[in-house]
Design a protein around this ligand. Structure first.
Ligand SMILES: Nc1ncnc2c1ncn2[C@@H]1O[C@H](COP(=O)(O)OP(=O)(O)OP(=O)(O)O)[C@@H](O)[C@H]1O
Ligand SMILES: [Mg+2]
Length: 249
């Protein structure tokens, strides 16, 4: 057993040109941790996730997976170890649900067709979409498409799953089915780093809640602590605003 955290982010610094976006972000995630990240638009949430799986470069600090720097990791290995689910559901429209899930298994994992298909079917079943395996994205609802996206990420057997506002592009009535799949994953012990403003999910599934503002962690702790007893005014203001928006909609 290794004593390293699964994910260690240390003093992460990132700028785009002369705009500094992340100003020294540090945190650890252990296996089975579910970290929910909240913060205003432009605070750096997506950028932080994109640094973790190296979709973007960063200028300072280190990110390591089980003690191994992601900067030194072969990109294919990193893609297998860290899965990502985006807000925009980017499925291939010419492939069925099954085809979208098998693609990575064949291309990245080098599996044969039948092994890839049986593995992909298992993942579709896990997200409640076995019956839709042969449907094309145009024939699926937004919630179903997003669940295919989750099945696709799961198929790679990732050690860590990153979610960037996975429900914010969905019609309100479709949000629940996606959150339910995410809750199941959390309960099943998946390590997750989730940007979402769904505070019901944070309360029920998160082991920790992080409030990011202007590229810094303002406060981080168990969700109940941030909700009931925030240490910073800024945290309280932001959470109050989130709650009142949720009540209006
Ligand atoms: N590719 C890019 N090129 C230049 N600037 C960028 C790029 N991506 C993000 N930024 C800038 O970095 C800052 C942080 O963006 P980021 O997308 O990480 O914020 P966010 O917290 O995810 O916001 P939102 O809640 O709106 O998704 C913003 O000021 C944004 O304009
Ligand atoms: Mg974002």
């Amino acid at each position: 057993m290794s004593s390293e955290p699964l994910l260690r982010v240390e003093d992460l610094q990132k700028s785009y040109g002369d705009e500094t976006v992340l100003r020294g972000v540090s945190f650890d995630l252990d296996k089975r941790d579910v970290e929910v990240v909240i913060g205003p638009s432009g605070s750096g949430k997506s950028t932080m996730l994109r640094c973790v799986n190296r979709l973007t470069e960063f200028q300072g600090g280190t990110i390591s997976l089980d003690g191994e720097s992601v900067m030194e990791m072969d990109e294919n290995t990193l893609r297998k170890r860290v899965g990502m689910v985006f807000q925009d559901i980017n499925l291939f429209s010419h492939l069925t649900a099954l085809g979208n899930v098998t693609l990575g298994l064949r291309k990245v994992r080098g599996m044969g067709d039948s092994e890839a298909e049986s593995k992909a079917m298992n993942q579709l079943e896990r997200v409640g979409l076995k019956a839709q395996a042969d449907s094309y994205p145009a024939e699926l609802s937004g919630g179903q498409k997003q669940r295919v996206g989750i099945a696709r990420a799961l198929a790679m057997d990732p050690e860590l799953l990153l979610f960037d506002e996975p429900t914010s592009a969905l019609d309100p009535e479709l949000v629940g089915e996606v959150l339910e799949v995410m809750r199941d994953l959390a309960e099943g012990g998946m390590t997750m780093l989730v940007v979402t403003h769904e505070m019901g999910f944070a309360r029920r599934a998160a082991s920790s809640l992080m409030f990011l503002d202007e590229g810094r962690i303002v406060e981080r702790g168990p969700p109940e602590q941030l909700f009931e007893n925030p240490q910073r005014d800024r945290t309280k203001e932001f959470l109050d605003r989130l709650t009142s928006i949720a009540e209006e909609t």
